[in-house]
Design a protein around this ligand. Structure first.
Ligand code: S3P
Length: 440
């Protein structure tokens, strides 16, 4: 079967569509990892069944943890905080997942056998030094490829020392990894972290683990002590705003259309895209807002927007929309005026160099743009109507580049040949199925 997705026609208007997107990826991976260290059986519903999450399940199985993955639920039989069996020559394949690759290192801080972590081509290009540097200070030993990449080996310590860590990148993965190591360490680990998604902290609080949080304007202060045990817990994983975002932008950019995405996690550290799009003139409201086990959840209602305007995007919104920039750039392409996004060097550290690829895609679409290593200026064209053939390939199979290209094709026209369709399995295997539901 061909792995190239061809789109030759814009989507027709649609109204009153209601869709449910898959479970949140960040929460799914965190649930798997924490449940694997809990005492006894934990169950989750709406767990994302994507390659990143399956890789997380395969990882904990290698440490002797039993997992039942059924159609409607997943059950993990945790053996307690020290329940991992560390055999010789264990290899964990994190595949495409930076979250798994980095978070698990914190949990392995006390492993007494060497464990090798490998990943796919994209993950093997990404920076792991950002997480091994702070973990080394606890006393964990690492050997990395080129001093910063996978494959790496980790050897933990039984005598971990608490650390003070200043997390300056706004990386939830680094912060979470250090929190996990802190839970295994006697004494108080103190993290001053630039604001980023805070699911790990909220889950730890919900589980009554010894963690304290105080929120500053740009930084959070987190203190963690050694945990004694984790109680097993059931969790109904809310839908992923990063997946919902594709259909939110599709609706914004399609005439006379409305859509509701049900039951989405609207944690304040994740809704940057909503704030940015609203400032650009998008019509998006949260309905039926509710609180669930430490997180906020709502139905997101969105209407097409006629008069989108450009934005000089405040940098404080960068981390809360970090995975959505390829989509935000599409909205800027259609907005009136010049949009400016800055301090975004982290975007080139993702599954692919998304700032560079975002710019390349805009250029292929005929949208003038200027990039530096950390910023992009986009000269919007409200009349954009593509007539030519566009080929999207060689983008390291980045799932978000594939799905953003599909949204561009359906809203701006042209004939698109988008390679590596199976990249959607990384984070959103149902993407094309839900798109069909919207189209019919
Ligand atoms: C994630 C954190 C973010 C994000 C990634 C998921 C997480 O990465 O881009 O898709 O679940 O913690 P960084 O922490 O590297 O910014």
């Amino acid at each position: 079967m061909t792995n190239i997705f061809v789109i030759k026609k814009k989507i027709n208007s649609f109204s009153n569509r209601r869709v449910v997107v898959s479970g949140d990826k960040s929460l799914s991976i965190r649930w798997v990892l924490l449940a694997s260290l809990a005492d006894g059986k934990s169950k989750s519903f709406n767990l994302l069944k994507s390659d990143d999450v399956k890789a997380s399940i395969d990882a904990i199985k290698k440490f002797g943890i039993n997992v039942k993955l059924k159609k409607n639920f997943c059950e993990i039989n945790g053996k307690g905080l020290n329940g991992y069996k560390y055999k010789k020559n264990i290899v964990i394949n994190a595949k495409n997942s930076g979250t798994l690759g980095r978070l698990i290192l914190g949990l392995l801080a006390n492993c007494d056998e060497k464990i090798k972590i490998i990943g796919d081509k994209s993950l093997s290009k990404r920076d792991f030094k950002r997480v091994t540097d702070p973990l080394r200070k606890f006393g964990v030993k690492f050997k990395l490829t080129n001093n910063k990449n996978l494959p790496l080996t980790i050897l933990g310590s039984k005598n971990l020392k608490p650390i003070n860590y200043n997390e300056k990148k706004g990386s939830a993965q680094c912060k979470s990894s250090v929190i996990f190591a802190g839970l295994r360490t006697k004494g108080t680990t103190v993290i001053r972290a630039k604001k980023s998604r805070n699911h790990t902290e909220l889950l730890c609080k919900y589980l009554k683990l010894p963690i304290s949080l105080s929120r500053g304007k740009n930084y959070d202060l987190i203190k963690i002590k050694k945990a004694k045990k984790i109680k097993s817990f059931n969790y109904n994983i809310p839908s992923d705003i990063s997946s919902a975002a594709f259909f939110i932008v599709l609706t914004c950019l399609t005439e006379n259309s409305t859509l509701t995405v049900k039951n989405v996690n609207i944690n304040a550290s994740r809704i940057g895209i909503i704030i940015i799009l609203r400032r650009m003139g998008a019509k998006i409201v949260f309905r039926n807002r509710r609180f669930y086990k430490g997180e906020y959840v709502a139905d997101i209602f969105v209407k097409s927007s006629k008069n989108l305007k450009s934005i000089n995007c405040p940098v404080k919104l960068n981390t809360s929309s970090i995975d959505e920039f390829p989509l935000i750039f599409l909205v800027a392409a259609k907005a009136k005026g010049i949009s400016f996004f800055k301090n975004l060097s982290e975007l080139n550290q993702k599954e692919s160099p998304r700032l560079r690829l975002g710019s390349k895609m805009l250029s292929l679409m005929g949208i003038k743009n200027e990039i530096t290593s950390s910023s992009i200026k986009i000269f919007g064209n409200p009349q954009i109507n593509i007539k030519k053939k566009i080929i999207i390939k060689n983008y390291l199979k980045d799932h978000r580049i594939f799905m953003s290209s599909v949204i561009a094709a359906l809203t701006f026209g042209g004939e698109w040949h988008i390679h590596d369709k199976d990249s959607i399995n990384t984070s959103f295997p149902n993407f094309l199925k839900i798109l069909k539901e919207i189209q019919k």
